[in-house]
Design a protein around this ligand. Structure first.
Ligand code: TRP
Length: 334
C-alpha cells in the first residue's frame, strides 16, 4: 500500500522560524517522514501577497529552505521545493479562482484580519485570493492530508469544497484532502503575553524565540518571560498562563511530561526553572543553527537541492495540470 501523502507549506517572510513554528508544526513535518509521503513547500508566491523587498525575499527563501533541511527534513525522503519554481501553482490557482464564488472568498477570516492590518485600501487582490492559491498547492499534489494549525482550518475547508466542486463539474480530477490533525503539538504562546499565540506578526521581539537566535539572547528572553506573583512551578492555564506556557515548551523539547517537571521543580522557584529551560532550548536549537549556517555557506549546493526538489514536484504537478486542462476543455497545446 502506498503511504498517504501530506503537503504543507511555510512562508519565507522571516529571518528565522520561531519556537512556535517549530513545536507547532515543523517538528511534525520531520516526524511525518516516517509514515507519509511528504511534500514541503517554501511558499514565496504567498509571501508576496504582502509587500516584500526582493533581496530580502530571496535571502529568506534560502534561509527557510536551509532550516527545513537543518531540522531534519531529508531531501532524499521528502520533496522540498520553492513554490515559484513550479509554475503550475499559479496556473491552477487561476482555474480554481474561476470556480470560487466571490462571496465564498469574502468569508475567509484570515483575509479580513490581514487586510484590516494592512489597511483595507492597501490590501491586494493577491491577498484576497491567497486561500485559492493555497488550495492549488494542495490539490496539485493529490495530497491526502494537510498538517496545519487551527488558523488554517477554513482554508482547508475551502480546498475541500473546491476539489469536490471541480470533480462534480468536470469529472474526477482531484483527491479531496482531509485535515491532518496535529496531535501532540504544543501550542506556544508569546513569552511576554501568554494570552496570544507566539507569532511573527503579533508578537514583540521579546515575546518570540527564533530557531536561529544566539544562545545569549535565548537565555535573556526566557529569564524575562512573564510569569506571575507566585513561586510554584505548576501548570494552570487560567491562573498561571505564563508558567504553563514555559512548562509546555520544556516538556515538548525535553520529552518529559508536565507532571514530572512539576514534581522536579516543586519548591525550586522560577529562577532555577527558567535557567534550566533556557539550556534545554539552547541545546535543541544550537545544532539546527549550526547546520543552517553550514547549508547557507554553500549556496550553490542549497540551490541544487531545491532544483532537485522542484523537478520532483513538477513531475507530479504537470500530471495533475494535464488532467485539469483536459477536463476543463482547454485545447491541447502542440
Ligand atoms: N497558509 C499557510 C500558513 O500561513 C501556508 C501555506 C501555503 C500552506 N500553502 C499551503 C499550508 C498549503 C498547508 C498547505 O501557514
Amino acid at each position: 500500500m502506498a503511504r498517504p501523502r501530506v503537503f504543507s507549506g511555510i512562508q519565507p517572510t522571516a529571518d528565522s522560524f520561531h519556537l512556535g513554528n517549530y513545536l507547532g508544526a515543523l517538528r511534525q513535518w520531520v516526524a511525518l517522514q516516517q509514515t507519509h509521503d511528504t511534500v514541503y513547500c517554501v511558499v514565496d508566491l504567498h509571501a508576496i501577497t504582502l509587500p516584500q523587498k526582493p533581496a530580502e525575499l530571496r535571502r529568506r527563501s534560502r534561509v527557510a529552505a536551509a532550516q527545513l533541511f537543518a531540522i531534519g527534513i531529508d531531501p532524499d525522503t521528502s520533496i522540498v521545493f520553492v513554490q515559484s519554481h513550479v509554475p503550475e501553482h499559479a496556473e491552477l490557482s487561476w482555474v480554481l479562482s474561476c470556480i470560487t464564488g466571490f462571496g465564498e472568498a469574502s468569508r475567509m477570516v484570515q483575509f479580513k484580519d490581514k487586510s484590516a492590518k494592512a489597511g483595507a485600501d492597501t490590501a491586494s487582490v493577491g491577498l484576497f485570493t491567497y486561500p485559492i492559491l493555497q488550495a492549488a498547492d494542495i490539490l496539485l499534489y493529490d495530497a491526502d492530508q494537510v498538517p496545519v494549525g487551527e488558523d488554517q482550518r477554513q482554508h482547508l475547508e475551502l480546498t475541500r469544497d473546491l476539489a469536490q466542486r471541480f470533480n462534480h463539474r468536470f469529472g474526477k480530477t482531484f483527491v479531496v484532502p482531509g485535515p491532518y490533525i496535529l496531535t501532540e503539538v504544543a501550542k506556544i504562546a508569546d513569552l511576554q503575553d501568554p494570552a496570544i499565540k507566539m507569532s511573527k506578526s503579533a508578537s514583540s521581539p521579546q515575546g518570540i524565540i527564533d530557531v536561529l537566535e544566539v544562545p545569549e539572547s535565548v537565555r535573556r528572553k526566557i529569564l524575562r518571560a512573564v510569569t506571575d506573583n507566585e513561586a510554584d512551578v505548576r501548570a494552570d492555564e487560567t491562573a498561571k498562563p505564563g508558567v504553563t506556557n514555559l512548562l509546555r515548551v520544556y516538556s515538548a523539547l525535553a520529552g518529559e511530561s508536565v507532571a514530572s517537571l512539576e514534581q522536579r521543580y516543586a519548591g525550586s522557584g522560577y529562577g532555577t526553572f527558567k535557567k534550566e529551560l533556557a539550556e534545554v532550548v539552547v541545546d535543541a536549537f544550537a545544532p539546527i543553527r549550526e547546520r543552517t549556517e553550514k547549508l547557507l555557506a554553500n549556496e550553490a549546493e542549497l540551490d541544487r537541492l531545491l532544483e532537485v526538489g522542484a523537478a520532483k514536484a513538477r513531475e507530479i504537478a504537470t500530471k495533475t495540470m494535464t488532467r485539469v486542462r483536459d477536463n476543463v476543455g482547454f485545447l491541447p497545446a502542440r
